[in-house]
Structure formats: structure tokens, C-alpha cells
Ligand binder design. Structure first.
Ligand code: ADE
Length: 239
């Protein structure tokens, strides 16, 4: 799967892509992430990518020309994209079903704005999906783009070592994860629940399931309303 990420701040996103699961996914050739500096597509001596808005509002607006030039050059180079995604707080809220759907794509082009807005003509003519990572405003779309890439890339077959582990993530079946423990069995006055040390797999599974339901009921009852009957039989979340 290929991600192309267009940003005015390429250095902001490069390093997080060079670690952990995302790095391994790229090293294995399962995922390609290419970062494109919007300024490379701007013309003129100053390579200007933004300008003041019409209508006298404050802030700056990303100009259409560099974005059109960039997206069209990438489309010419790599063929059409499944989706051209603009990260924006006014987009549809990103969630696990959206990540699952994106993971079936071959090519995603992500546009991260880092100014007040982007010229509406870009959104009208180039963008096919507008995505928000939550109801709060960040300084730009770069961190949201990384969130999207991380959530989607881990679902690409082969990216996680254990084939089942992405499916057993929290949210994947509509329930939160059960608590996890590791050694030592006793730390200060806190003990690992005896059932987890019992070796009784059935009892462990039942305990985990009960914990997941209890946590979901306590923290996210809205998820239970949305969970179809029979769902919620997964294991624990992994990395
Ligand atoms: N850009 C700024 N805030 C954002 C958000 N919450 N989601 C996506 N893009 C953004």
C-alpha cells in the first residue's frame, strides 16, 4: 500500500515514520510512505505557498496552484489514487471502520494543511474525502495524517507479526481491551489476578471477556449501543 503525504512541513512528519511498526512495514516493502514538500511545487523566487484570504478574514490560506501542481504531478507519476484525503477538523471523524476501509486501498494521497485553511477550489476539485481525527483543533494536518497512516498501515496484511493481532485490537469488535499484566506476579502490594496465572485458558478467556464488557460499560457505553449482538469475542489488543 502506498501513502503520499503532501505538507508544507515535511520535517515534522519524517521522523515518526522511521520507527517501530511503520518502519518495519516500509522495510518489508508492505507499505510505502513518501513525503512531498509543497514548496517544491510553488513557483517564483519566494516559492510562495500561502496568501491572505479574500474577504478580509485573518490567517493565511494555502494557494491553489502549488497544490494542484503537486497532486497532478503525483497522479501522473503513480496513477489515480483511491482517495485524496484532506485532514481538517471539519471532516468526517476518523474511526476504526474508516481505517479498515482505507486499508483496502492501494494508494492514498493525504494533504496536510498547516495554515488557517486551504483554498476551497482544492477541496472542491481535488479532495475526495475530508477527515478529522477528533473534535479539537490542531496546528495543522500533519499529526492527523500520521495518525491515519499508523492506524491504516497496521491493518495491511503482514505488517503486524501475528496475523490475528490487528483484528483483536480494541475497537475492532466494538469493545475496549482487557487489562494486561506481565512479571512479576507480585509488585509492591499489587498482585496479578490469580486467574491469569491459573493456566486455565477457558477461565482466562471468560475473565478477559468480562473485563472488556465491564470496561466498555464504564468508559464507553456508547460503544455497547453500537456493538452488534454476538460481537466482542476477540482477544487482547497488541502493540
Ligand atoms: N487539522 C487541524 N485540526 C485537525 C483535526 N482535528 N483533524 C484533522 N486535521 C486537523
Amino acid at each position: 500500500m502506498r501513502f503520499d503525504l503532501v505538507t508544507a512541513l515535511p520535517d515534522l512528519v519524517r521522523s515518526p515514520l522511521e520507527h517501530s511498526i511503520l518502519k518495519r512495514a516500509q522495510d518489508k516493502g508492505l507499505v510505502t510512505v513518501e513525503v512531498h514538500d509543497l514548496r517544491d511545487y510553488a513557483e517564483g523566487r519566494h516559492r510562495q505557498i500561502d496568501d491572505i484570504p479574500y474577504g478580509g478574514m485573518g490567517g493565511m490560506v494555502l494557494k491553489p496552484e502549488p497544490l494542484f501542481a503537486c497532486v497532478e504531478a503525483l497522479q501522473a507519476q503513480h496513477g489515480p489514487y483511491d482517495e485524496v484525503v484532506f485532514l481538517t477538523p471539519d471532516g468526517e471523524t476518523f474511526d476504526q471502520p474508516t481505517a479498515n476501509a482505507f486499508s483496502l486501498c492501494e494508494r492514498l494521497l493525504l494533504i496536510a494543511g498547516h495554515y488557517k485553511n486551504v483554498d476551497q477550489r482544492v477541496r472542491d476539485a481535488l479532495v475526495t474525502r475530508e477527515v478529522s481525527v477528533g473534535d479539537y483543533v490542531l496546528s495543522g494536518g500533519e499529526l492527523p495524517a500520521l495518525v491515519l497512516i499508523d492506524a491504516v498501515a497496521r491493518l495491511v496484511p503482514g505488517v503486524l507479526g501475528d496475523a490475528g493481532s490487528a483484528l483483536s485490537d480494541s475497537f475492532q469488535d466494538g469493545l475496549l481491551d482487557a487489562p494486561s499484566y506481565t512479571r512479576p506476579a507480585q509488585f509492591r502490594d499489587m498482585e496479578v489476578p490469580a486467574v491469569l496465572r491459573s493456566g486455565d485458558h477457558g477461565a482466562v478467556e471468560a475473565w478477559r471477556e468480562a473485563q472488556r464488557l465491564e470496561r466498555t460499560r464504564a468508559r464507553r457505553p456508547d460503544l455497547l449501543d453500537a456493538t452488534p449482538p454476538g460481537a466482542g469475542r476477540g482477544g487482547a489488543a497488541s502493540e
